[in-house]
Design a protein around this ligand. Structure first.
Ligand code: ATP
Ligand code: MG
Length: 161
């Protein structure tokens, strides 16, 4: 799915005049999941990177395979994962807000958010879809420097018989 999603993102980003850099192997990676939902969540992340990013700085989408999911993942399912990071160089998010960002309707700056439009559901949907795919999401952010959102999606591993 991801290769196709990446291509799609590139097109969407160009439409919005956004400088997006895709950094990852072109090798096929198989994640079992709902293609529409996965496309939707990457779109939500790009939308945020665009809304809250700094003009004329690129947004990087980087993916790689990792041996194990993050500690945020239930131990039983800390399997090899595809990690996709969406990295922007925008305003960043203060630490105290990080734990609440994936709540529905939660927004850091209500007045500004109203001006920008949207509902505050974007990250709640991302979290929901990732969890449904038995994955995890982690957030790193520094005020004034930018934000990195990491998604971990378990890889499809055929059982050899
Ligand atoms: P919607 O996604 O429904 O259009 P939204 O973008 O406000 O609305 P979320 O995507 O859930 O809602 O994000 C929640 C809040 O987290 C945002 O209002 C914003 O304050 C903050 N936020 C999200 N992504 C970033 C980012 N990349 N940089 C800075 N702040 C962010
Ligand atoms: Mg959003």
């Amino acid at each position: 799915v991801i290769g196709g999603v990446a291509r799609f993102l590139e097109i969407r980003a160009r439409e919005k005049n956004m400088d997006i850099r895709l950094e990852g192997e072109d090798a096929p990676v198989v994640v079992i999941g709902d293609g529409d939902q996965l496309t939707q969540i990457f779109q939500n992340l790009l939308d945020n990177a665009l809304k809250y990013g700094r003009p004329s700085t690129p947004v990087v989408v980087r993916w790689t395979q990792v041996e194990r999911g993050p500690a945020a993942m239930p131990a039983a399912v800390r399997a090899p994962c595809l990690r996709v990071s969406v990295i922007d160089q925008g305003e960043g998010i203060a630490k105290e807000h990080l734990p609440r960002l994936t709540e529905r309707f939660y927004r850091v700056d209500k007045a500004r958010s109203r001006a920008m439009g949207g509902t505050g559901l974007g990250l709640a949907i991302v979290k929901h879809v990732v969890v449904r795919h038995r994955g995890a999401m982690t957030l790193e952010s520094e005020i004034g420097k930018g934000t990195t959102i990491n998604l971990f999606l378990p890889l499809y591993e055929p059982t050899l018989g």
